[in-house]
Design a binder for this molecule. Structure first.
Ligand SMILES: NC(=O)c1ccc[n+]([C@@H]2O[C@H](COP(=O)([O-])OP(=O)(O)OC[C@H]3O[C@@H](n4cnc5c(N)ncnc54)[C@H](O)[C@@H]3O)[C@@H](O)[C@H]2O)c1
Length: 334
């Protein structure tokens, strides 16, 4: 495939599609939205009007237009709810269309296993899960600083992704059948993937879930992890992980990496500051680029992975399954 503009189809024109569309607009022409698929006419028309993309009511209709030579698409960005993915992914892989699929991989572990197995069989078709926090520049900088020895030996990973989303009580997000899990599956899957990215594979030691809404999924998850093996320089086996996820509490989006010589702290609500503290509490404030370009970097990485076979930090479907296994384990214990 020639390098140049990378043409994507957005599949699912809901809330998160806006982040990918914004990223394509910010990509200086590197990525262009050329197709949009959504069964809801108003939703697909909104994106079509905004981007000039061709609109389709189903993935099969979009793939048929590609086959007929009426449309050229280089990659699909799948933004449907997780319970509506198996057939879409199957059809894209069959058409050899590379995939960037929103997190979490699936609403239930069985589907995550099926997706990982489909991707493994179609190994020539690039397929990734959009764990976007890997592409937050400050997060990547913290990972690098751990590797360079800035905080000594990594001891603990602490990550809170929590906020107040009262509207979720009546959306598919908290419907046990459609969503499979709640705040911990939604926000905690990001944290599980970040642990995997920075520390390596993990096991769940314990979890406590809270259910604020009757007959709905969990609204809070507090989960304890331990790294299974050495993850690189200064990341020994046995690093502890503490994950705090919530949909019904005051907002906190923070990552702290604690070492035996100091710690690194990033607060997404103070996006340009990352703080190193030594053991005596002396702080260095590092100016960093904001996390808010993460969707842009992720989308450009998708283009580079497909067009240039570039090695990127994108999460694979196997990584998506790893997070799904930990999600399921924590849900059982919670
Ligand atoms: N990375 C992040 O930070 C982040 C943030 C929000 C949401 N998400 C994830 O993105 C996914 C979607 O979330 P959302 O908030 O956009 O949900 P949403 O409900 O706003 O949008 C989902 C869209 O998918 C469409 N859809 C349903 N069935 C379809 C089908 N068969 N083909 C095509 N489109 C179909 C719906 O009509 C809707 O427009 C979820 O997995 C969610 O966890 C990720």
């Amino acid at each position: 495939m020639a390098e140049g503009v990378f043409k994507i189809a957005i599949i699912g024109a809901g809330g998160i599609s806006n982040a990918h569309i914004g990223a394509s607009k910010a990509s200086n022409g590197r990525v262009q939205v050329v197709a949009v698929v959504d069964p809801v006419e108003e939703s697909r028309n909104r994106v079509a009007t905004d981007t000039g993309a061709a609109a389709f009511d189903s993935v099969l209709a979009m793939l048929a237009a590609c086959k007929a030579g009426q449309l050229a698409v280089d990659g699909a960005v799948i933004c449907t709810p997780p319970s509506i993915r198996l057939k879409i992914v199957e059809a894209c892989l069959k058409a050899k269309l590379p995939i960037l699929m929103e997190k979490p991989a699936a609403h239930v572990l069985g589907d995550a296993k099926k997706l990982a197995s489909m991707a493994a069989k179609a190994k020539k078709v690039p397929a990734f899960v959009a764990y976007c926090h890997r592409f937050a520049v400050p997060v990547a900088a913290m990972k690098q600083m751990v590797g360079s020895g800035k905080i000594g030996r990594l001891v603990r990973f602490e990550n809170a992704f929590a906020c107040d989303l009262p509207g979720h009580e009546t959306k598919w997000f908290s419907d046990p059948k459609k969503a499979g899990g709640g705040a911990f599956l939604d926000m905690g899957s990001h944290s599980l993937d970040l642990f995997h990215f920075i520390v390596g594979p993990a096991k769940v030691l314990g979890s406590a879930f809270d259910f604020k809404w009757k007959k709905r999924t969990e609204t809070a998850g507090t989960v304890l992890l331990r790294g299974k093996k050495k993850g690189g320089p200064n990341v020994p086996a046995g690093v502890a992980g503490v994950i705090l996820s919530g949909w019904a509490e005051s907002s906190r989006f923070t990552l702290t990496l604690v070492g035996d010589q100091g710690s690194l702290f990033y607060d997404y609500e103070k996006p340009n500051e990352m703080i190193f503290k030594d053991l005596l509490g002396k702080a260095e404030v590092h100016e960093v680029p904001s996390h808010d370009t993460r969707f842009l970097h992720q989308l450009v990485a998708f283009a580079d992975a497909v067009q240039n076979k570039a090695k990127t930090s994108l999460a694979t479907f196997a990584d998506g399954l790893a997070a799904a296994e930990l999600n399921a384990k924590a849900a059982k214990m919670g």
